[in-house]
Write a protein that binds this ligand. Structure first.
Ligand code: GLN
Length: 476
């Protein structure tokens, strides 16, 4: 009955007495139970969600007292701190860790009367593209249980896909919101770097990380962004720029200038059906009066290597705090000295993929290799940032596929790290450049799986991104 209700529909139903917050919570809890085989949730906060709903129902007859997210049922990725609740980055390293404060994004949702229903499975420390690297096991794509949901925010995507919550939060360091949204047939928004405070987000690569939003409706993503974005005294990298009322500006009022990279669309790894669909969409956009221009982009082959060098370097530093003493799992084995304690705790606490990245990151930062790898990758990032600035100085949006393929089968890429990394070809660009990106579900592949289109805008221009998404989806 409540399938894919939008937040504004929910509000009207609550206002006219057709629903109560308690009924809403119960319906999501039964969906969670019904879909427990998908393994999207690490923990469901059932009792707490019920009592919060009861509390909210006390003011159901006074809509003037309702917060912006009154009764909205939200799931959060297992990397976001929710005070007095377990947060573990889906890692054995943080198996018994309880958050001691709220992430700013979580706090802002709670302040506006949202109901947090549980935390969601992901790749360990948000490293991965398939959700196959979680201490809690893999998450299944609800549309085909043999296929991955994407990663790293696989649980967040599936929770929205299978209607186990209205919206969810994930994190996107190189595509972890847009790619799972693409694989699951929903919307995934990665705002520009610094748009949402990272306070209370477990770090993977701090100069790339950004909290993102999964939803079924553009207006819902707009409302959540409006609620959680904006300056925060606890995150100095958070933008002080005023947060627009995104929900009020969802209609396009002028023709847009769109750019695309022919090199990206002609890339040999791109599935031909995806290529055709994006070209057709560009034609459709042009026919509607927008300008579509091919822009040369010669750096495509460098973006995945630059991303993996820089993010693993940052990760090796960020994850050094998990040593069994300052933070995290401590070995129970007998040890002879401190070094052995560190070694055993980190070897037992971290999974394979995280170890791979810590080693790679430590290597690229080490004396003798720093200039060849880390410094070089920083230079590549600078070129990409400059090129992006230039593109957005005379274009409103940049269009790309979200991923080169639709959701692949479990095990298909898990033995080949490089192949898995190359699947991030289209998403890492936005994180290297710091710009905003979204994946919107527009297409259906002949293999039965959905796929989306990715759009990007300049830093802090989420308003046009959301308006253009709304236009594309309503002319689907
Ligand atoms: N798939 C990318 C990676 O493994 C992106 C991860 C992310 O955005 N958290 O690094």
């Amino acid at each position: 009955m409540y399938t894919h209700l939008s937040i504004s529909d929910l509000r009207s139903k609550l206002a006219c007495g057709e629903l109560t917050c308690t009924q809403v919570v119960e319906s999501y809890l039964s969906a969670i139970e019904q879909h427990s085989h998908l393994n999207a949730f690490v923990e469901v906060f059932a009792d707490e969600a019920r009592s919060k709903a009861l509390e909210l129902d006390k003011k159901i007859n006074s809509p003037s007292l309702w917060g912006k997210c009154y009764g909205v049922v939200v799931g959060i990725k297992d990397v976001l701190c929710y005070k007095d609740h377990h947060v573990g980055a889906s890692s054995a390293m943080l198996h018994n860790y309880t958050a001691i404060y709220n992430a700013t994004a979580v706090q802002r949702l709670l302040d506006e009367d949202a109901i947090i229903i549980g935390n969601l499975n992901c790749d360990e420390f948000a490293m991965g593209s398939s959700n196959e690297h979680s201490v809690h096991g893999k998450v299944l794509n609800a549309l085909d249980n043999n296929r991955v949901p994407g990663g790293s925010s696989g649980g967040s995507a599936v929770a929205v896909q299978a209607n186990m919550c209205m919206v969810s939060l994930g994190s996107d360091t190189g595509g972890s919101v847009r790619q799972p949204a693409d694989f699951c047939g929903i919307i995934g928004l990665k705002p520009s770097y610094g748009r949402i405070s990272r306070y209370g987000l477990i770090a993977y690569a701090s100069s790339f990380d950004q909290i993102g939003i999964f939803s079924q409706h553009v207006e819902d993503a707009a409302l959540i962004l409006e609620t959680i974005a904006g300056e925060d005294e606890f995150d100095s990298t958070c933008s002080a720029e005023k947060v627009p009322a995104y929900t009020q500006h969802l209609s396009l009022n002028k023709p847009c200038k769109i750019a695309y990279f022919p090199q990206a669309l002609e890339h040999p790894s791109l599935d031909p059906e995806i290529r055709t669909a994006i070209y057709c969409q560009l034609e459709k956009i042009k026919a509607d009066g927008h300008t579509v221009t091919a822009v040369d982009f010669d750096y495509l082959d460098y973006i995945v290597p630059a991303y993996y060098i820089l993010t693993t370097a940052e990760a090796s530093s960020n994850l050094s705090r998990y040593d069994g003493i300052k933070f995290g799992y401590r070995t129970s084995k007998e040890v002879k000295d401190l070094n052995e304690l560190y070694m055993l705790s980190r070897s037992e606490g971290f999974g394979k993929e995280v170890k791979r990245r810590i080693m790679l990151g430590t290597f690229v930062l080490s004396t003798g290799y720093y200039d060849a790898y880390y410094a070089k990758a920083q230079q590549v990032r600078r070129l990409i940032v400059d090129k992006t600035k230039k593109i957005f100085s005379n274009h409103d949006l940049l269009i790309m596929p979200t991923a080169p393929t639709t959701a692949f089968k479990f095990g298909e890429k898990s033995n080949d790290a490089v192949e898995m990394f190359l699947g991030d070809l289209y998403t890492v660009y936005a994180n290297l450049a710091g710009c905003a990106g979204i994946s919107i579900p527009l297409f259906q592949h002949s293999n039965g799986m959905p796929f989306g289109m990715q759009m990007m805008t300049d830093n802090t221009k989420e308003e046009s991104l959301l308006a253009f998404s709304s236009y594309c989806l309503s002319n689907k």
